[in-house]
Design a protein around this ligand. Structure first.
Ligand code: ZN
Length: 259
């Protein structure tokens, strides 16, 4: 069975529910999450509950870390969103429910290595990068402007790694090169070559930044990965963000524009 890999839902429950429905419609029953469940979006509690219920495991992203511990290297809007998000967890009156959610956030790992479906070579999963799993971004432009960085990242993996964090889906190869899903074929499926090293960014469920507002995730098989986009009610999430003073309106605008 393939595994659905989701990442960066960022408190966008509308997008997350649409993605889970798409995964269910394909009869895929194993889902894993690369982190940034919360931060920025208007429904952090719902997102944590859905991920806890539906995913085999989740990693810790920098925003999960920021809410649970402290926002590190966040801009003002992101820090304000992190503090607002923490308040939503803290104001839950049911103490056991509050504790349960914090325990879940505290249990998130920073890296997982496992086989895609019990067969094939192991896959490394991190939120950011193999070198710095929580915070390092691997940007598409790095294949031109930071080839040493890509070389070091490729040296740190055995075969395939899956990441999130930049909210831009695609495949990094060791040339180095970067291929957005549209450039790898009509079915947006990238087939792994024997012995090759590749870093797969699955994109973001709740805040895509590749100028396509639809939610992004990927379906991982032992020998290939397929990128998927899912339409959801972006305006509904945007309206919820605008109704919360602590979340800047820019967070609604960027969802609509996909950036
Ligand atoms: Zn993120």
């Amino acid at each position: 069975m393939p595994t659905a890999v989701i990442s960066d839902m960022h408190g966008n429950a509308e997008a997350l529910r649409a993605v889970l429905a798409d995964i269910d419609s394909r009869k895929i029953d194993r889902i894993v999450c690369l982190g940034d469940i919360i931060g920025y979006g208007p429904e952090p509690l719902e997102c944590v509950d859905l991920v806890a219920e539906r995913c085999a495991w989740s990693l810790m992203g920098n925003h999960d870390f920021g809410v649970l511990y402290e926002p590190t290297n966040f801009n003002m809007a992101a820090a304000a969103a992190a503090y607002w998000t923490r308040e939503q967890f803290d104001r839950v009156e049911d103490i056991s429910l509050r504790e349960k959610r914090y325990r879940f956030l505290g249990s998130l790992r920073v890296r997982v290595v496992e086989k895609a479906d019990g067969s094939g070579p192991p896959v490394l999963a991190v939120h950011g990068s193999p070198r710095r799993p929580i915070n390092e971004y691997i940007f598409p432009n790095d294949v031109i402007g930071a080839t040493d960085k890509i070389d070091q990242i490729m040296a740190a993996i055995d075969h395939i790694a899956v990441v999130g964090h930049t909210h831009v889906p695609g495949v990094f190869t060791s040339e180095p090169d970067f291929y957005p899903p549209e450039e790898i074929g009509a079915d947006k499926t990238y087939v792994f070559r024997e012995g090759e090293k590749a870093v797969i960014n699955v994109g973001s469920v709740g805040q895509p930044r590749d100028h396509d507002p639809r939610a992004s995730y990927a379906i991982l098989h032992p020998d290939r990965v397929q990128f998927v986009r899912v339409q959801y009610d972006v305006e509904k999430t945007a309206a919820k963000i605008r109704a919360i003073p602590e979340l800047t309106d820019w967070l609604a605008e960027r969802l609509i524009e996909g950036r």
